[in-house]
Write a protein that binds this ligand. Structure first.
Ligand code: GA4
Length: 337
């Protein structure tokens, strides 16, 4: 507990984490696989990366840089506004503007964020007073344009997964997240610099966003050039993910694990604070319609074989997720014993 004894008061409530070993800490981690979705062998490469790490990055994705830069710039100007103005869009319960608190059950991190529902009819949240969130129409337009593009990346990734696993039709997975009733969410995170970090020992970091898995099928993350994202390898070791402003990082979520009967596994990941530079990330969470059954695809079950998990609907899983703590293993209660 020596570390906690020197914890500066401004970090009250925010937990510290043991730093990942520099440079990946492991000679057995070859680095984050990069996949060109339009290149030959993309489907096999996607499945291989998802099986080994639950994580990879998409390069040559075809999303114009101006679409990404526009959202990044609009988000930066939102987060630069006075606190009282931002608070009008909060608290995030579950959608809207949030600061330091994550979810409903006491999780905290060194960040502020916007969480927006991005279904096909709206690209925003609505405040308690009934006004659109965010209030800036420029930011709302930037969100719509960005989501329109990144939704396509998620669909192409899921098509590649289906193809790579030999599942038909091609849109067996992508169709779940592209329907009019699908439950897409966009999260825009701002991790301000945390200068207090310099007073902590090197072996220690401040939690930006605590370790967790994502409940949806896949998440598509883009960040600025500031490091902080880390992922847990299958053996439990944490490795830093070098930022790449030009790529999209894909994260396998719990629902895809169930749909593939555990062949692809969701991956624990977290963000640690940076002492000097702000980190901005935007993550699109590809979720299905609330009524969607989440159960193994028939091709992935042997004759008479039962799924590793009991089936559920996305709506039920989401409800259970909101009752959990960030770091909980949300799939465990559904595992057949
Ligand atoms: C993790 C993935 C997404 O960021 C998110 C998060 C959600 C929230 O911030 O409201 C949750 C978390 C996430 C899972 C458990 C619950 C709900 C915070 C939390 C403690 C938007 C999502 O869909 O699930």
């Amino acid at each position: 507990m020596g570390v906690l004894a020197i914890k500066p008061p401004a970090l009250d409530q925010i937990s510290l984490v043991r730093s990942a070993e520099p440079g990946g800490g492991s000679s057995s981690f070859p680095g984050v696989p990069a996949v060109d979705l339009s290149g030959p062998g993309a489907a096999a490469a996607v499945v291989d990366a998802c099986e080994r790490f639950g994580f990879f990055k998409v390069v040559n994705h075809g999303v114009p840089a101006r679409v990404v830069d526009r959202l990044e710039a609009e988000a930066a100007s939102f987060f630069a506004r006075p606190q009282a103005e931002k608070d009008v869009s909060g608290p995030a319960d579950p959608l809207g503007y949030g600061s330091k608190r994550i979810g409903r059950n006491g999780d905290t991190g060194w960040l502020e964020y916007l969480l927006l529902a991005v279904d096909h009819h709206q690209a925003a949240a609505v405040s308690k007073a009934g006004s659109p969130v965010p209030s800036s129409s420029l930011l709302r337009e930037a969100v719509s344009e960005y989501v329109g593009a990144v939704r396509g990346v998620a669909a192409r990734v899921l098509e590649a997964v289906a193809e790579g696993l030999g599942v038909a039709p091609r849109d067996a997975l992508s169709g779940m997240v592209s329907g009019a009733a699908s439950d897409g969410v966009l999260r825009v995170n701002h991790y301000p610099p945390c200068p207090l970090l310099q007073r902590l020992p090197d072996s220690c970091s401040v939690t930006g966003f605590g370790e967790h898995t994502d409940p949806q099928l896949v998440s598509v993350l883009r960040s600025n050039g500031t490091p902080g994202l880390q992922l847990a390898l299958r053996d439990g070791r944490w490795v830093p993910v070098p930022p790449d402003r030009d790529a999209f990082f894909v994260i396998v979520g719990d629902s895809l694990e169930v749909l593939t009967n555990g062949r692809l596994k969701s991956v624990r990941h977290r963000v640690v604070a940076n002492s000097l530079k702000p980190r901005v990330s935007m993550i699109y969470f590809a979720g299905p319609a609330p009524e969607q059954r989440i159960a193994p695809l028939p091709e992935l079950l042997g004759h008479g074989e039962q799924g590793v998990y009991r089936e559920f609907t996305w709506g039920d899983y989401k409800k259970a997720a909101y009752r959990s703590r960030l770091g909980d293993n949300r799939l465990d209660p559904f595992r057949r014993r």
